[in-house]
Design a protein around this ligand. Structure first.
Ligand code: PEP
Ligand code: MG
Length: 594
């Protein structure tokens, strides 16, 4: 039966595929396809893992102290029985044979199927046995990890490439930004999550993958079943489950249309972004990893406006990258950009990119009551001075290989500005003392807290440029957690207070003769291009996949006409309507992604 689930659109386009349900706790498991000739070795790997776990369980039972409760022995017997049950290992083998999933993926897929069966059981005692299955699977996954994957280094191509299998879309309750990163070059054609807001970092990473995604779809992971055919409409934020042939055909048509549109826009890659009245606009890229830099270049970016370095610190089993490793990553990005500027932001950890993922002895682990307002970004860096200096040294060292600009997130107090420059001076001194080359980099502040936007003129006295982080600026101005879908309807980039803070910052930068850019999601949203141009913005930083769309808007814009309307829009109580009315036809209309 056809079913529609509504959520928030985060990445445009249409994806059609079979649902792969992944439990939140399992999303960090490797997902890749194995080649037909690797099926047997993969089954053997699973078999070895099962033998290891069987030995572990037998050993635990043997070494049980004589006074241990009798239930413990019985529990170990149950786990041993489950381990050999066909419903677990036999069915897991089938996922490997029929779908060519790697063993870890096959196991988590089967766990998902069994967990649902347990959830539906009437008998409470039986329902609670789900925890036992989960524990056995956890042991198997650990044993597989110790075993190592024969393929982890070189995943096989999608089975479609050797003529098998249908396209797949991922459905999960939640995916942490760090886990989302692992899916960057994965097999999935689209994503749906139950939770999350449009500018949560999970959504941002999904958007950077350029594949359709819907977040905040609440019950999606309960309503959709493994292998259901699903359409993800990333424009409308709708997920259609088990569509009728007619609906499917309509969406296939739309899918072809958006592919054609993408191809058409790609032709603008080498066209300079200049408005009708000859104003040159800088279109920069936001990246998460150095590997994203070639894609930015290919999309026509004239530099990187935001390199979110915190993603280098994730998925490392608690081992943080040292100075040399960080330097190599920054240098790789700088060299990939072939002389174009690369704006490297110091680590912005905290809030929806929590410390726990890093699980490092020296890092703080406490759960703050309100993480978005807690020890985040520069606040955290200043509380870890040696780590901060290490990052600064690594960034400075990369400056010897190209044009590097340093960007500092979430500054709020002028005292933090002073401390930041002191740390930078010390890092430079350390490099000079050691005879390590670096150049004098430009330093910029992210303006993403209302206090900083109101004090933009004071901040600008200390910095070479500012970059507006509108994702956080909206969150903090309106007191709306950007990752919380329950208040997503109140997350409003059109709010007059937000627009006035943005306009104030742009004017202050112009008055100071300093550079100003927007690197939040508004920069890549065509609904705001004309408005931002009308406020005088000439530098936009966004996901590479958005560059062509925004460039098209810029090519059609006349900033002389637009600037006449800025004041009327800013003083309106309904800026979105005023913008539609006054700027209609100036860059083409587009519904906001927000
Ligand atoms: C922002 O807040 O707008 C921004 C660009 O930074 P991030 O999304 O990483 O918080
Ligand atoms: Mg931010």
């Amino acid at each position: 039966m056809t079913l529609q689930v509504f959520g928030l659109p985060v990445a445009r386009g249409v994806a059609i595929g079979k649902a792969v349900l992944v439990a939140s706790s399992r999303v960090d498991v490797a997902h890749y396809f194995i080649g037909p000739d690797q099926v047997e070795p993969e089954i053997e790997r699973l078999r070895r893992a099962r033998d290891v776990v069987a030995d572990e369980l037998a050993g635990l039972k043997r070494d049980m102290p004589s006074d241990a409760p009798a239930e413990l022995g019985a529990l170990l017997d149950v786990h041993l029985m489950l381990l050999h049950d066909e419903a677990l290992t036999g069915a897991t083998k089938q996922w490997i044979v029929e779908r060519h999933y790697n063993a870890e993926w096959a196991l988590s897929a089967q766990l998902e199927v069994l967990a649902r069966q347990f959830d539906e059981m009437e008998d409470e005692y039986l329902r609670e046995r789900k925890a036992d299955i989960e524990q056995v699977v956890e042991r198997l996954l650990q044993a597989l990890g110790r075993n190592g994957s024969v393929l982890a280094a070189a995943p096989a191509p999608h089975p479609a490439d050797w003529g098998g299998e249908d396209p797949l879309v991922l459905i999960a309750n939640d995916i942490a930004p760090a886990d989302m990163l692992q899916f960057k070059r994965s097999v999935f054609q689209g994503f749906v999550t139950d939770v999350g807001g449009k500018t949560s970092h999970t959504a941002i990473v999904a958007r950077s993958m350029g594949i359709p995604a819907v977040v905040g779809a609440r019950e999606a992971s309960h309503l959709i079943r493994q292998d259901d055919w699903v359409i993800i409409d990333g424009d409308a934020g709708v997920v259609i489950v088990d569509p009728s042939p007619i609906v499917l055909e309509e969406y296939r048509f739309r899918q072809r249309q958006s592919e054609l549109e993408r191809e058409r826009l790609a032709r603008l890659r080498h066209t300079p972004a200049v408005t009708l009245d000859g104003e040159r606009v800088e279109l920069l890229a936001n990246i998460e990893l150095p590997q994203d830099a070639p894609g930015a270049l290919a999309a026509g970016a004239v530099g990187v406006g935001l390199f979110r370095t915190e993603f280098l610190f994730m998925n490392r089993n608690g081992e943080l990258p040292g100075e040399d490793e960080q330097f190599e990553a920054y240098r790789a990005a700088v060299q990939a950009m072939q002389g174009l500027p690369v704006t490297i932001r110091t680590i912005d950890i905290g809030a929806d990119k929590p410390f726990e993922r890093m699980s490092h002895n020296e890092l703080r682990h406490e759960h703050t009551l309100n993480p978005a307002m807690g020890l985040r970004a520069i606040r955290w860096s200043l509380s870890e001075p040696s780590m901060f200096r290490m990052q600064l040294r690594a960034i400075l060292r990369a400056s010897a290989y190209g044009k590097v600009r340093l960007l500092v997130p979430m500054l709020t107090h002028l005292g933090e500005v002073r401390q930041t420059f002191e740390a930078l001076a010390r890092a430079k001194q350390q490099l000079s003392d050691a005879g390590v080359p670096y150049t004098d980099v430009e330093v910029g502040a992210m303006i993403e807290v209302p206090g900083a936007a109101l004090l933009a003129d004071s901040f600008l006295k200390h910095f070479d440029f500012v970059s507006l982080g509108t994702n956080d600026l909206i969150q903090y101005t309106l007191a709306i957690d950007r990752a919380d879908e329950a208040v997503a309807h109140l997350y409003d980039p059109w709010h007059p207070a937000v627009l006035r803070l943005i306009a104030n910052t742009i004017s202050a930068a112009h008055a100071a003769g300093k550079g100003v850019s927007v690197c939040g999601e508004m920069a890549g949203d065509p609904a705001f291009t004309a408005l931002l141009l009308s406020m005088g913005l000439r530098s936009f930083s966004m996901h590479p996949s958005q560059i062509a769309t925004i460039k098209q808007r810029i090519l059609r814009a006349d900033t002389r006409r637009l600037s006449h309307h800025a004041q009327a829009i800013l003083s309106s109580d309904a800026p979105e309507e005023a913008c539609c009315r006054l700027l209609r036809g100036d860059t083409g209309r587009e519904t906001s992604l927000h």
